[in-house]
Design a protein around this ligand. Structure first.
Ligand SMILES: Nc1nc2c(c(=O)[nH]1)N[C@H]1C(S)=C(S)[C@@H](COP(=O)(O)O)O[C@H]1N2
Ligand SMILES: [Mo]
Length: 316
């Protein structure tokens, strides 16, 4: 299973050409991947620890469509979090000492009741539930993750949006001291993402603080990250400090980094290839053969109505 990770596109293929990786980073990543091969086969699926494939919270082992949960160890050791590292298998170690307390989340912009929440007050106020979602990265790999979280709509309702508010803008912590990747000036930090207000209010849209029944690890976006399961993974912004209701479409970090490659909507769409690779199939982490990618990542019944009348090829 670890072995086919070697066939993933290299970061140099994934990131826009503009922000091409240094050879040193590439070599370090290849070495880490080669070392990991030796560990393949360790751990017993469905049991404890790294191989865990059963939610301790609900006992669930699969999503509503029968897709088995990705083992905990894979979810926590194969990450995209450029603030820490471009190498997926290095993020966990690089983020290990990331300070997630004290932490505040500022909710503001075009709202009648702006509020800065202490993260623990927020989590006491909005109770977390388990939601098993498929996550499809724009790079062509996917996982099935038992998140803990609460609907973003509850937080937005409490803020009372003004009628002018049309979009929601999310911002990750900016702290180059703690997040060394932010010293790379080829990206415009902090990481920013956005949703249309109706997307943000959709019942599937989650603010997550945990997975597999436990608090998020830093590499997965602790202490609070967004999860939008019908969009490519990059929309699911990590380690959020600010949520603003705004009038105009927010410009995300990825729209700035690769305007021809990463759009605002980023709905999973097998019919629209990335300019440099297909989106018609994906590799589920833990499986050898690729599987077909589904429109809206399989959540079309719930979300397709949000895009009625829009040309989904144009609005990537
Ligand atoms: N702040 C921030 N959020 C981020 C990213 C990032 O680099 N920085 N990477 C995104 C991408 S490309 C993906 S696929 C998912 C990965 O989430 P995971 O590591 O928890 O699986 O996080 C998204 N959120
Ligand atoms: Mo991604």
């Amino acid at each position: 299973m670890t072995r086919d990770r070697l066939t993933e596109p290299e970061p140099s293929e994934i990131t826009p050409e503009k922000v091409y990786l240094s050879r040193r980073q590439f070599v370090a990543r290849a070495a880490a991947a080669a070392g990991a091969v030796l560990l393949a086969g360790c751990g017993s699926p469905g049991q404890t620890g790294q191989g865990l494939t059963k939610s301790p919270r609900t006992g669930a082992t699969a999503d509503e469509a029968g897709n088995t949960l990705t083992p905990l160890g894979d979810i926590t050791s194969y990450n995209n979090f450029y603030e820490f590292s471009f190498g997926k298998e290095d993020v966990g170690a690089a983020a290990r000492d990331f300070k997630t307390r004290p932490w505040t989340v500022q909710v503001g912009g075009l709202v009648h009741r702006p509020h800065t929440y202490d993260i623990d007050d927020m989590l006491r106020r909005f109770h977390s539930e388990e939601r098993i979602y498929r996550m499809r990265c724009v790079e062509g790999w996917s996982m099935v993750i038992p998140w803990l979280g609460f609907p973003l709509s509850k937080l937005i309702a409490e803020a009372q949006p003004m009628s002018k508010a049309r979009y929601v803008r999310f911002t990750t912590l900016y702290n180059p001291q703690q997040m060394p990747g932010q010293k790379n000036t080829q990206f415009k930090w902090p990481y920013v993402e956005g949703l249309r207000l109706d997307e943000a209010l959709h019942p599937l849209t989650l603010l997550s603080n945990g997975l597999y029944g436990k608090a998020l690890k830093p590499q997965n976006g602790a202490p609070l990250r967004l999860v939008v399961p019908w969009k490519y993974g990059f929309k699911s912004i990590k380690s959020i400090v600010k949520i603003d209701l705004v009038e105009k479409m927010p410009i995300s970090l990825w729209m700035l980094a690769g305007p021809d490659e990463y759009g605002f909507y980023a709905n999973v769409n097998p019919a629209v290839p990335h300019p440099r690779w297909t989106q018609s199939s994906e590799r589920r982490i833990g499986e050898l053969r690729r599987r077909a990618t589904l429109p809206f990542n399989g959540y079309g019944q719930q979300v397709a109505g949000l895009y009625k009348g829009m040309d989904l090829k144009k609005f990537y």
